[in-house]
Write a protein that binds this ligand. Structure first.
Ligand SMILES: [Cu+2]
Length: 214
Protein backbone atom coordinates (compact mmCIF):
# COMPACT_ATOMS: atom_id res chain seq x y z
CA UNK A 1 0.00 0.00 0.00
CA UNK A 2 2.67 2.52 1.06
CA UNK A 3 4.90 1.44 -1.76
CA UNK A 4 2.35 2.13 -4.47
CA UNK A 5 1.45 5.48 -2.94
CA UNK A 6 5.11 6.44 -3.02
CA UNK A 7 5.42 5.49 -6.67
CA UNK A 8 2.40 7.58 -7.54
CA UNK A 9 3.80 10.53 -5.62
CA UNK A 10 7.05 10.37 -7.58
CA UNK A 11 5.35 10.69 -10.95
CA UNK A 12 5.51 14.08 -12.66
CA UNK A 13 2.13 15.77 -12.43
CA UNK A 14 1.75 15.86 -16.22
CA UNK A 15 1.88 12.06 -16.30
CA UNK A 16 -1.70 11.20 -17.13
CA UNK A 17 -1.51 7.37 -16.87
CA UNK A 18 -4.38 6.80 -19.27
CA UNK A 19 -7.54 8.58 -20.33
CA UNK A 20 -10.79 7.09 -21.57
CA UNK A 21 -11.93 8.87 -24.74
CA UNK A 22 -14.94 6.72 -25.67
CA UNK A 23 -17.41 6.11 -24.18
CA UNK A 24 -17.02 9.40 -22.27
CA UNK A 25 -15.49 9.02 -18.82
CA UNK A 26 -17.43 9.67 -15.63
CA UNK A 27 -14.46 11.78 -14.65
CA UNK A 28 -10.70 11.85 -14.84
CA UNK A 29 -8.45 12.93 -12.00
CA UNK A 30 -4.93 11.63 -12.35
CA UNK A 31 -4.27 11.77 -8.61
CA UNK A 32 -7.25 9.49 -7.97
CA UNK A 33 -6.99 7.23 -10.99
CA UNK A 34 -5.73 4.37 -8.84
CA UNK A 35 -8.91 4.41 -6.74
CA UNK A 36 -11.35 1.60 -7.60
CA UNK A 37 -13.84 1.20 -9.10
CA UNK A 38 -13.89 4.43 -11.18
CA UNK A 39 -10.70 6.39 -10.54
CA UNK A 40 -12.37 8.48 -7.87
CA UNK A 41 -15.34 9.48 -10.04
CA UNK A 42 -18.80 9.10 -8.57
CA UNK A 43 -21.17 6.74 -10.30
CA UNK A 44 -23.98 8.74 -11.85
CA UNK A 45 -26.38 8.23 -14.72
CA UNK A 46 -26.92 11.91 -15.53
CA UNK A 47 -25.06 11.55 -18.83
CA UNK A 48 -25.20 8.08 -20.35
CA UNK A 49 -23.89 6.87 -23.70
CA UNK A 50 -25.91 4.36 -25.71
CA UNK A 51 -23.90 1.19 -26.20
CA UNK A 52 -25.06 -1.31 -28.81
CA UNK A 53 -24.54 -4.71 -27.22
CA UNK A 54 -23.73 -6.47 -30.51
CA UNK A 55 -20.73 -4.32 -31.39
CA UNK A 56 -19.18 -1.24 -29.83
CA UNK A 57 -15.80 0.45 -29.41
CA UNK A 58 -13.71 1.50 -26.42
CA UNK A 59 -11.07 4.17 -27.07
CA UNK A 60 -8.28 5.14 -24.67
CA UNK A 61 -4.97 6.94 -24.74
CA UNK A 62 -2.08 5.58 -22.73
CA UNK A 63 1.20 7.03 -21.57
CA UNK A 64 2.54 3.65 -20.49
CA UNK A 65 4.58 1.68 -23.05
CA UNK A 66 3.29 -1.65 -21.79
CA UNK A 67 0.05 -2.40 -19.98
CA UNK A 68 -2.58 -5.01 -19.34
CA UNK A 69 -6.20 -4.00 -19.72
CA UNK A 70 -9.45 -5.35 -18.35
CA UNK A 71 -12.77 -4.23 -19.82
CA UNK A 72 -15.85 -4.98 -17.70
CA UNK A 73 -19.52 -4.04 -17.38
CA UNK A 74 -22.09 -4.22 -14.64
CA UNK A 75 -25.62 -3.06 -13.95
CA UNK A 76 -24.86 -2.89 -10.23
CA UNK A 77 -23.84 0.32 -8.51
CA UNK A 78 -22.67 -1.24 -5.26
CA UNK A 79 -19.91 -3.51 -4.04
CA UNK A 80 -19.08 -6.15 -5.17
CA UNK A 81 -20.47 -4.85 -8.48
CA UNK A 82 -20.96 -8.28 -10.10
CA UNK A 83 -18.71 -7.47 -13.05
CA UNK A 84 -18.95 -9.22 -16.40
CA UNK A 85 -15.74 -9.31 -18.43
CA UNK A 86 -16.05 -8.06 -22.00
CA UNK A 87 -12.75 -9.76 -22.92
CA UNK A 88 -10.02 -11.67 -21.12
CA UNK A 89 -7.13 -9.46 -20.03
CA UNK A 90 -5.61 -7.71 -23.06
CA UNK A 91 -1.83 -7.32 -23.13
CA UNK A 92 -0.93 -4.13 -24.99
CA UNK A 93 2.28 -2.43 -26.08
CA UNK A 94 2.93 1.00 -27.55
CA UNK A 95 2.13 4.56 -26.55
CA UNK A 96 -0.83 6.71 -27.46
CA UNK A 97 -4.29 6.10 -28.82
CA UNK A 98 -5.53 2.57 -28.30
CA UNK A 99 -8.96 1.46 -29.46
CA UNK A 100 -10.70 -1.87 -29.58
CA UNK A 101 -13.77 -1.98 -31.84
CA UNK A 102 -16.23 -4.84 -32.32
CA UNK A 103 -16.59 -5.55 -28.62
CA UNK A 104 -19.85 -7.06 -27.38
CA UNK A 105 -21.75 -7.94 -24.22
CA UNK A 106 -24.60 -10.43 -23.70
CA UNK A 107 -28.02 -9.43 -25.04
CA UNK A 108 -29.37 -9.74 -21.50
CA UNK A 109 -27.97 -6.25 -20.85
CA UNK A 110 -30.34 -4.62 -23.37
CA UNK A 111 -32.66 -2.08 -21.81
CA UNK A 112 -30.54 -1.53 -18.71
CA UNK A 113 -28.28 1.23 -17.52
CA UNK A 114 -24.86 0.21 -16.37
CA UNK A 115 -21.24 1.00 -15.81
CA UNK A 116 -18.41 0.13 -18.13
CA UNK A 117 -15.10 -0.05 -16.30
CA UNK A 118 -11.73 0.10 -17.99
CA UNK A 119 -8.81 -0.93 -15.80
CA UNK A 120 -5.22 -0.50 -16.89
CA UNK A 121 -2.64 -2.55 -15.05
CA UNK A 122 0.56 -0.59 -15.51
CA UNK A 123 3.94 -0.09 -13.85
CA UNK A 124 2.38 2.21 -11.26
CA UNK A 125 -0.46 -0.15 -10.36
CA UNK A 126 -4.03 -0.60 -11.46
CA UNK A 127 -5.74 2.52 -12.81
CA UNK A 128 -9.48 2.90 -13.28
CA UNK A 129 -11.91 4.77 -15.50
CA UNK A 130 -15.65 4.25 -15.93
CA UNK A 131 -18.41 5.31 -18.28
CA UNK A 132 -22.13 5.40 -17.57
CA UNK A 133 -23.88 3.57 -20.37
CA UNK A 134 -27.29 2.63 -21.61
CA UNK A 135 -27.28 -0.82 -23.21
CA UNK A 136 -29.29 -0.94 -26.43
CA UNK A 137 -29.93 -3.51 -29.12
CA UNK A 138 -27.94 -3.68 -32.32
CA UNK A 139 -24.43 -2.98 -33.53
CA UNK A 140 -22.43 0.20 -33.94
CA UNK A 141 -23.15 1.60 -37.41
CA UNK A 142 -19.73 3.29 -37.59
CA UNK A 143 -16.64 3.28 -35.43
CA UNK A 144 -16.58 6.54 -33.41
CA UNK A 145 -14.06 9.17 -34.47
CA UNK A 146 -12.20 8.78 -31.18
CA UNK A 147 -11.41 5.17 -32.11
CA UNK A 148 -7.90 5.22 -33.52
CA UNK A 149 -4.70 3.33 -32.88
CA UNK A 150 -1.31 5.00 -32.72
CA UNK A 151 1.48 3.63 -34.87
CA UNK A 152 3.13 0.71 -33.14
CA UNK A 153 0.20 -0.24 -30.92
CA UNK A 154 -0.17 -3.99 -30.54
CA UNK A 155 -2.62 -5.96 -28.49
CA UNK A 156 -3.03 -9.62 -27.71
CA UNK A 157 -5.53 -11.50 -25.62
CA UNK A 158 -4.20 -13.40 -22.66
CA UNK A 159 -5.87 -16.31 -20.93
CA UNK A 160 -6.22 -14.32 -17.67
CA UNK A 161 -9.64 -13.23 -16.46
CA UNK A 162 -8.38 -10.73 -13.89
CA UNK A 163 -5.50 -8.32 -13.41
CA UNK A 164 -2.73 -9.09 -10.97
CA UNK A 165 -2.84 -7.20 -7.74
CA UNK A 166 -4.34 -3.85 -6.91
CA UNK A 167 -3.48 -1.05 -4.51
CA UNK A 168 -3.88 -3.42 -1.56
CA UNK A 169 -1.36 -5.98 -2.82
CA UNK A 170 1.52 -3.78 -3.83
CA UNK A 171 4.30 -6.29 -3.11
CA UNK A 172 3.25 -8.92 -5.64
CA UNK A 173 1.97 -6.35 -8.08
CA UNK A 174 5.21 -4.43 -8.25
CA UNK A 175 7.27 -7.64 -8.50
CA UNK A 176 5.35 -8.98 -11.49
CA UNK A 177 5.06 -5.52 -13.03
CA UNK A 178 8.78 -4.87 -13.10
CA UNK A 179 9.55 -8.37 -14.36
CA UNK A 180 7.35 -8.04 -17.41
CA UNK A 181 8.36 -4.45 -18.09
CA UNK A 182 12.10 -5.06 -18.20
CA UNK A 183 14.35 -7.82 -19.51
CA UNK A 184 11.75 -10.56 -19.67
CA UNK A 185 9.33 -8.36 -21.59
CA UNK A 186 9.93 -9.90 -25.00
CA UNK A 187 9.64 -13.45 -23.74
CA UNK A 188 6.52 -12.66 -21.77
CA UNK A 189 4.71 -11.06 -24.67
CA UNK A 190 5.61 -13.75 -27.18
CA UNK A 191 4.41 -16.52 -24.89
CA UNK A 192 1.22 -14.58 -24.24
CA UNK A 193 0.63 -14.26 -27.97
CA UNK A 194 1.15 -17.98 -28.40
CA UNK A 195 -1.36 -18.75 -25.71
CA UNK A 196 -3.87 -16.47 -27.35
CA UNK A 197 -3.64 -18.21 -30.68
CA UNK A 198 -4.06 -21.55 -29.02
CA UNK A 199 -6.92 -20.74 -26.70
CA UNK A 200 -8.85 -17.89 -28.27
CA UNK A 201 -7.95 -17.69 -31.95
CA UNK A 202 -11.38 -16.43 -32.91
CA UNK A 203 -11.24 -13.52 -30.50
CA UNK A 204 -7.70 -12.55 -31.43
CA UNK A 205 -8.87 -12.07 -35.02
CA UNK A 206 -10.89 -9.11 -33.78
CA UNK A 207 -7.80 -7.21 -32.71
CA UNK A 208 -5.82 -6.93 -35.97
CA UNK A 209 -9.04 -6.06 -37.81
CA UNK A 210 -9.54 -3.19 -35.39
CA UNK A 211 -6.02 -1.97 -35.93
CA UNK A 212 -6.75 -1.65 -39.66
CA UNK A 213 -9.56 0.81 -38.98
CA UNK A 214 -7.20 3.76 -38.60
CU1 LIG B 1 0.97 6.06 -14.90
Amino acid sequence: MYKSLTLLALLPSAFAHFVLNYPPSLGFNEDDEGTAPCGGAEISFDNTTDITVGSFSVASRSTHPQANWLFRVTTSTEEPYNWTNILPVVSQSGLGDFCLPALSVPASFVGQQGIMQITQGAVDGNLYQCAAVNFVEGSESAVPSQCTNATGITATLTTQSSLDGDSSTSASASASGSASATSSGAAASSSAAGAVRQVAGGLLAVLPAGLLLL
